[in-house]
Design a binder for this molecule. Structure first.
Ligand SMILES: [Mg+2]
Length: 233
């Protein structure tokens, strides 16, 4: 008997190589606006962007505001002359075309598909997330894609998780597992509702707490034996 019937998967930096997609998309975007894309510029963008998304995780910012604000801050720092909203539109269009999977993601989803219900639960902008998903081999393996912009709430809020569990028909919470790389939005959000959690931690980072995931995965290949109830997991 499988250990879990429902496997809920985060997308970015769990199944998809978001860092690589972001790198390509920001380079193409800055080039389109004739802004030199140096490693320092890119590092500044990544730093500004991740700080703003951390604000969203804490409920201190809205997605609509932050996606433009990240470019407003970058343009200001660079002293460049470009419209932040236009930069963001171009960036999102570019991002939706950059679809790279992490090693093992396709094989792991292929081995679980048909043996349990797979769903992706992701924060982000729907056009970019859906574009990358549809361009990937996962589109044929994972039947459910829940994006915060379409759900109307973001991980880790229960207002995101509750309608997702209801749409999937999860009645026994002990039969569902949330898998993700983020201790707050993925692990904390799911644990607050009583779900088991598996922290994807390939870099083996220390856990500063307070969230204590049920399981920890160093590689995606560890997921099928966990889900399928292998006694040696
Ligand atoms: Mg993630």
């Amino acid at each position: 008997m499988t250990r879990y019937d429902f496997v809920l998967l985060d997308a970015d930096n769990t199944l998809f190589d978001f860092d690589r997609s972001e790198h390509e998309a920001i380079r193409l975007t800055l080039e389109a606006f004739s802004i030199p894309c140096t490693p320092e510029t890119e590092a500044r963008y990544v730093s500004i962007n991740s700080a703003l998304w951390a604000m969203l995780d804490r409920g201190e910012a809205s997605r609509e505001w932050l996606v433009v604000e990240r470019f407003a801050r970058l343009v200001k720092e660079l002293g460049a002359d470009a419209d932040p909203a236009a930069l963001n539109r171009t960036y999102l269009a570019n991002l939706g075309e950059q679809s790279f999977l992490l090693p093992g993601a396709e094989e792991v989803c292929r081995s679980l598909s048909g043996r349990c219900t797979l769903a992706i639960l992701t924060n982000g902008v729907a056009s970019a997330q859906r574009g990358r998903f549809n361009r990937s081999p996962l589109a044929g393996l994972i039947p459910h894609l829940f994006i915060s912009e379409e759900v109307g709430a973001s991980k880790p809020s229960p207002a995101f998780f509750r309608p997702v569990l209801s749409a999937l028909g999860v009645t026994d919470l002990s039969r569902a597992l949330m898998v993700g790389d983020n201790l707050i939005s993925d692990m904390g959000g799911a644990a607050a509702l009583g779900l088991d959690t598996a922290w994807f931690n390939p870099r083996r980072l220390p856990n500063p707490g307070p969230v204590r995931p049920t399981w920890e995965l160093a590689t995606l290949e560890q997921l099928p034996p966990l889900v399928l109830g292998s006694p040696d997991f």
